[in-house]
Write a protein of this length. Structure first.
Length: 81
């Protein structure tokens, strides 16, 4: 399955990289979570808040982030069938 970092839309991935250069300690935990988690609902509220703050300047609330900054979640069919 594709983790959230890979599903992050390109424009937000670039912005995250730029913000990480300025605030590496603030975003370290959030970036780790994006690399570990597959589903947006698995993120902690603080990670979702950081994404809203740094990537959208609070223009998008944490409830709508999944639809705005991530590509759609695609379930891959089993390969054994």
């Amino acid at each position: 399955m594709t983790n959230l970092m890979k599903r992050l839309k390109p424009e937000y991935r670039v912005k995250l990289q730029l913000c990480n250069r300025e605030y590496p300690h603030l975003l370290k935990r959030t970036i780790e979570a994006l690399n570990e988690k597959v589903i947006y609902g698995d993120l902690k509220v603080t990670d979702a808040y950081n994404l809203s703050a740094f990537l959208t300047d609070h223009a998008v609330n944490i409830h709508d982030l999944n639809d705005v900054i991530f590509d759609a979640f695609v379930v891959e069919p089993p390969k054994n069938i």
